[in-house]
Ligand binder design. Structure first.
Ligand code: MEV
Length: 316
């Protein structure tokens, strides 16, 4: 029997980078874009195959408990949680989420994989346990992550997040439309997070002042979401992009896509995630989403999605 498990992509709405240094941030699940794992029972040693990141299939063996490979780590941590030393069956990973694109592909694959293994064992994995497993593996991907990506992906709810604080899930009172555009440039978050940390060491006063301005606009963004004031939310997103430019994590293409989105009627636009490549997001009125999408393609986006947040649909 085949059982499928999955986890969504995510977008950081506001607050990336500053969140690593203690400021709040808001992230949203992009539920229609997912990593999936098919689990097939068999009496053979566990075989893991993947169309993800072009890696070859492998058979799990007990030496893999010591591996620092993220996929093997997820299996090791999940097997340890269920107190199992040997595993049988087959897991097939598929993901629609671009790798190193700022949409949480690594965390989504980890979450879907741990869920898939649990289903293969006819077990349930509690969300708080899954969240800790994915966070531990995120440290291999990202070095020193804030924990926002694993939280929004595992709980699949919009979250107002402060590192080391309790997660505060927020309701979306009025659905809004996000246009998500992929630069096609892969940009590991580990590198931009390290660069921002270096700036903090070299210019602590300036860098902290930027973090604080980002934190303040995250608070105002939360109020705008709660009151359904999407014009204001859009303005705050665009302001956030300018502060990310000041942290030197934007790129010429990201800036061009942000300008194109604003020109074509978006209420606001910014890079999302680690930056220097990956994805950007634009907040659009439903009636202007199609023209924002067209303009982003013309400006050089490789792939564009429209996602309704707090609603149902996605189009590509
Ligand atoms: C990555 O999605 C968001 C960053 O703030 C890193 C993190 O929070 O771990 C850039």
């Amino acid at each position: 029997m085949v059982k499928t498990s999955s986890a969504p992509a995510k977008a950081i709405l506001v607050g990336e980078h500053a969140v690593v240094h203690g400021q709040p941030a808001i992230a949203l699940p992009l539920s229609q874009l997912r990593a999936c794992v098919e689990a097939r029972e068999s009496s053979q040693p566990l075989r893991v195959s993947s169309s993800y990141a072009g890696r070859p299939p492998f058979y799990w063996c007990k030496e893999d408990f010591q591996s620092t490979d993220p996929i093997k780590q997820v299996i090791a941590l999940t097997a340890r949680y269920f107190a199992l030393a040997s595993l049988q069956g087959e897991l097939i990973i598929r993901s629609d989420i671009p790798v190193a694109g700022g949409l949480g592909s690594g965390a989504a694959v980890s979450a879907a994989l741990a869920r898939g293994l649990a289903r293969l064992l006819n077990q349930e994995i509690p969300r708080d346990v899954l969240n800790s497993i994915v966070f531990e593996v995120e440290q291999l991907h990202h070095g020193a992550p804030s924990g926002i990506d694993n939280t929004v992906i595992v709980y699949e709810k919009p979250v107002y997040y402060v590192k080391d604080g309790p997660s505060d899930f927020i309701g979306i009172s009025r659905a809004f439309t996000l246009v998500v555009a992929d630069t096609g440039v892969s940009a590991p978050t580990r590198a931009t997070v390290a660069d921002v940390r270096a700036q903090l060491e070299q210019q602590p006063g300036r860098t902290y002042a930027i973090f604080e301005q980002i934190g303040a606009l995250v608070e105002r963004s939360r109020s705008a979401i709660e009151s359904g004031d999407y014009r204001q939310l859009g303005r705050l997103m665009t302001r956030n992009h300018a502060l990310l430019q000041a942290l030197d994590v934007s790129s010429a293409l990201l800036d061009r896509l942000v300008a194109a989105a604003l020109r074509s009627g978006a209420c606001g636009a910014k890079l999302s995630g680690g930056g220097r490549g990956g994805n950007m997001i634009a907040l659009a009125r439903p009636e202007s989403a199609a023209s924002v999408q067209d303009e982003l393609r013309r400006a050089g986006a490789k792939r564009v999605f429209v996602s309704s947040v707090g609603g149902e649909s996605i189009a590509q």
